[in-house]
Design a protein around this ligand. Structure first.
Ligand SMILES: [Zn+2]
Length: 392
């Protein structure tokens, strides 16, 4: 072998060695250098801001009480004997997929007890499975917590933080204090009780004169889990600090209308209506038992023994038109208290208690912008189950 050939061979061997080392580094070691040994994942965001469609509608799907456990191994409760053998959390997943496909909502709201802590050995895993159909749909979605979500491996703060980082989620642990546009909210934002108090705005249709105006406000509140009051165990409630924050935001929107010189815009934004979502019903909902309601009132309202003045606050602000709660799985009625609609979502998940033979259900909320004068009318039952529409 000539010297030149020998040198060439050595160079080739040398290059092969270098390539092998680089390849091994890339395949065997590189992923271990990443945080948590997982490839970095950037959160996928939905198309923002939330907007009404050009036909003046905005459709919200409310999913109450999924009670998700661990998927196939988590059995259904309160279903017919004929359904039991093949029924698991996967039925909840299938139900969510189907309702998203058939209703094509613009936004999905989960009103708590998203996972059922005692049946979830790994809260993160259960959250990923529970919300998977919403994430896969690519639709914007948001969630609040119920009283069972934290009974697994995560605190309420950790749960909300995790949920807010999931793809297409608009959930927030609490309002951001760093947001300069919200500086006016000041101290009320810093010292707020609970996790999952936040506000989202829905703007007018693209290209319309309301495209830059918030025409519907969505509020999300943490109604807590359980508390002990004077030695007696009761459910959580919305605290004064949360109502203070709500009042400041609501007043802020009402103040905005005076700034606008555009006549049409001013009238449309005169009082942007608000909807509020949380888990545990307020005590006054019990009064609806003797009043005219739409839907079914089948179980006692399980609320807190503490009345913190939620209804009075909402009435005094004047912008809240409807409130959506979960918690009582076999109640799916809407009733009016002081001019505000209060609606239960019914139970969605098959691992949550229910009533055998009474189908699991979801609520469809259709907000419609009317041309000209804005008014909020009646709830109209539309379609199967508890689907309801609300005209605005
Ligand atoms: Zn529940």
């Amino acid at each position: 072998m000539s010297k030149t050939m020998e040198e060439g061979l050595y160079s080739l061997l040398y290059l092969t060695l270098i390539f092998t080392i680089l390849y091994s580094l890339h395949t065997q070691v590189a992923h271990k250098l990443l945080i948590g040994q997982h490839p970095l994942h950037l959160k996928k965001s939905p198309h923002l801001p939330l907007r009404f469609n050009s036909d003046g509608t905005f459709k919200i799907l409310q999913v109450a009480d999924m009670h998700y456990g661990e998927g196939m191994v988590t059995r259904c409760v309160d279903v017919l004997a004929s359904e039991f053998d093949y029924c698991s959390d996967l039925n909840t997943t299938l139900f969510l997929k189907r309702i998203i496909q058939s209703e094509k909502p613009d936004f999905i709201v989960f009103t708590g007890d998203n996972i059922f802590g005692p049946s979830a050995h790994d809260a993160a895993e259960s959250l990923l499975r529970a919300f998977a159909p919403a994430v896969d749909s690519g639709l914007p979605w948001a969630a609040v917590l119920g009283n069972h979500d934290q009974e697994s491996t995560m605190t309420r703060e950790e749960l909300m933080s995790f949920i807010s980082l999931m793809d297409y989620s608009l959930s927030q642990t609490n309002p951001s204090v760093d947001d300069p546009s919200r500086a006016a909210e000041g101290e009320v934002t810093k010292n707020i009780d609970g996790f999952g108090n936040y506000n989202l705005r829905v703007y007018g249709a693209p290209g319309s004169h309301l495209a830059n105006s918030s025409v519907l406000n969505l509020f999300f509140l943490d109604s807590g889990d359980r508390e002990v009051v004077q030695g007696i165990r009761t459910y959580g409630w919305i605290k004064e600090s949360q109502l203070r924050w709500f009042t400041v935001i609501s007043k802020g929107y009402q103040g905005q209308r005076q700034d606008t010189n555009h006549l049409e815009e001013a009238s449309a934004c005169a009082m942007p209506p608000a909807m509020v979502f949380f888990h545990i019903p307020i005590p006054e909902i019990q009064q609806l038992y003797n009043q005219k309601i739409v839907g079914q009132f089948q179980q006692r309202v399980s609320c807190s023994s503490v009345n913190s003045g939620v209804l009075q606050t909402f009435i005094s602000m004047g912008d809240v038109k409807a409130v959506f709660v979960g918690h009582d799985h076999t109640n799916d009625f809407c009733g009016n208290l002081g001019g505000i609609w209060f609606c239960h979502g019914g139970g969605f998940g098959y691992h949550g208690y229910g009533k055998a033979g009474w189908p699991r259900r979801a609520r469809i909320i259709l907000a419609e912008l009317e041309k000209g004068e804005k008014s909020w009318g009646e709830w109209i039952e539309s379609g199967p189950g508890s689907a309801s529409t609300m005209r605005s």
